[in-house]
Design a protein around this ligand. Structure first.
Ligand code: FAD
Length: 446
């Protein structure tokens, strides 16, 4: 292996690649990592982190409205998009520098360039140099699907973070978590928002009660939700963009955000040439140890299209490095991954939804609690919280916990621990309540 330039060459400096590079270097490997855009990757630069900052910004609207009932007089609030974007950019630049600095500190060689595969043990860098390595890790993430006819003025989530102004009217196309989060935050910041989704109900794959409740809540807040519809064509004029739906309805907007899924970022990487087996959507096919069909080539994160979330990419990167360089073969457990939709209201979930549970278990008990949170008694909101426990009737094991309302994501993280420990409904019931909280409902559901 010493005849190679490096023991490991990582392509992609995002969540999975950075973790793998640092841990492998910690195990004593000689490591290089190439990043063609910015270290930190999607999550840090144009995903989880900047999105959550925008979500926080959007939620002040609720706080201002609620304040009066608690005795506060708040002058008419105004919002300045450029201030938010400048502050967000400052924080992202800080994080990016930390990621790059941590890699350098670990002794990883940084290549700020695109890298593609040249052979099973070689990569070609942007400047034409060819570098060899004992192992190559593909951690190139994913990219937004661009609707075939992405019109001028049409954008993806990548561009939202850089808009120079908040659009006054926006159409968001899609029904997945990214579409809902952006529809929600743009609406909260003041944009008149329409969501157009081709399916029957938003958030395919989640518990149906929660899907319906979130959709109804978004509508009650004033988002125009159009289901079972496609945009047939878009034309632009001096007045903005004009979308025509397949039922003839016309919608006007300054921007149309297409959040219609993401695809593995493998185009032009040279994987086919080297003989790496790919899935139908271009994902790198891997086994439980992130090994591709070529023995020297591995892949982690969104490019493998397993569960496309940052903590999963990080775990896969860690497990790869421990397996290949730490002498500790480790497979990642992809079960019971908690997840959230940072819409407002927020949705948090772990485990099976009611429909999925019924498909796998003969008897399923469902506990459901819907209530007005204490804060709403004096505040301006009429929104209700929804919590749901899905329990295996035979063993009484809790199979899923689902929630819509403030704090749902934070609760889902903690519920995931209980579910991983095979908690039963009796364990939930035996746990003392913490009063007054919304979370106490989890242990008082009958
Ligand atoms: P990435 O983080 O995408 O990193 C891949 C890197 O590789 C990129 O930096 C790219 O520039 C680089 N690259 C690609 N090709 C090359 C090449 N040939 N040479 C050199 N460099 C290359 N996940 C959550 O867990 N929670 C969230 O709230 C959440 N919100 C999200 C919101 C949005 C809008 C988006 C788009 C995603 C969100 N995600 C969220 C998903 C999360 O961002 C991804 O799952 C995660 O970033 C995947 O990490 P990765 O290492 O696989 O790839």
């Amino acid at each position: 292996m010493a005849s190679q330039d490096y023991d490991l060459f990582v392509i992609g400096g995002g969540s999975g690649g950075v973790r793998a590079a640092r841990v492998a270097a910690g195990h004593g490997a000689r490591v290089a990592i190439a990043e063609e855009y910015r270290f930190g990757g999607t999550c840090v630069i144009r995903g989880c982190v900047p999105k959550k900052l925008l979500v926080y910004a959007s939620r002040f609207a609720d706080e201002f409205r609620d304040a009066a009932g608690f005795g506060w007089t708040v002058p008419e609030p105004t919002f300045d998009w450029p201030t938010l974007i400048v502050n967000k950019n400052r924080e992202i630049a800080r994080l990016e520098a930390i990621y790059a600095g941590n890699l350098e500190q670990a002794g990883v060689a940084l290549q700020r360039t695109r890298a593609v595969l040249e052979g099973p043990n070689t990569v070609r860098l942007g400047d034409g140099r060819v570098v060899s390595a004992g192992r190559i890790l593909v951690a190139t993430g994913g990219t937004p699907n661009r609707d075939a006819q992405l019109p001028p003025g049409g954008i993806t989530s990548n561009e939202v973070f850089e808009l120079d102004a908040l659009p006054r009217r926006v159409i968001v196309v899609g029904g997945g978590y990214i579409a809902l989060e952006f529809a929600s935050l743009l609406h909260g910041l003041g944009a008149a928002t329409t969501l157009v989704y081709r399916g029957e109900e938003i958030l395919r794959g989640f518990d149906l009660d929660l899907r319906r409740a979130l959709r109804a809540a978004l509508q009650a807040r004033g988002i125009d939700v159009v289901l079972n519809r496609l945009i047939r064509r878009v034309h632009s004029s001096a007045g903005g963009l004009h979308a025509e739906l397949d039922d003839g309805r016309r919608l006007d907007a300054e921007r149309i955000l297409f959040a219609v899924g993401r695809s593995p970022n493998t185009r032009g990487l040279g994987l086919e040439r080297v003989g790496v087996a790919l899935g139908a959507n271009g994902s790198v096919k891997v086994d439980a140890y992130s090994r591709s069909s070529v023995p020297s080539i591995f892949a982690v994160g969104d490019v493998t299209d397993r569960v496309n979330l940052t903590p999963v990419a990080i775990r896969e990167g860690q497990a790869f490095a421990d397996s290949e360089f730490g002498g500790r073969p480790t497979a990642v457990d992809h079960g019971l991954i908690p997840t959230a939709v940072f819409a407002t209201p927020e949705l948090g979930t772990v485990g099976l939804g009611e429909e999925a549970a019924r498909a796998h278990h003969a008897q399923v008990d469902v506990y459901r609690s819907e209530f007005r949170p204490l804060k709403a008694t004096l505040g301006a909101s009429t929104e209700r919280m929804l919590m749901k426990l899905v329990v295996d009737g035979a063993t009484q094991r809790v199979l899923g916990a689902h929630m819509l309302g403030e704090g749902a994501a934070e609760m889902a993280q903690l519920l995931a621990i209980a579910l991983r420990m095979n908690a039963t409904k009796a364990d939930f019931d035996a746990t003392m309540a913490l009063h007054p909280t919304a979370a106490e409902e989890w242990v008082t559901m009958r």
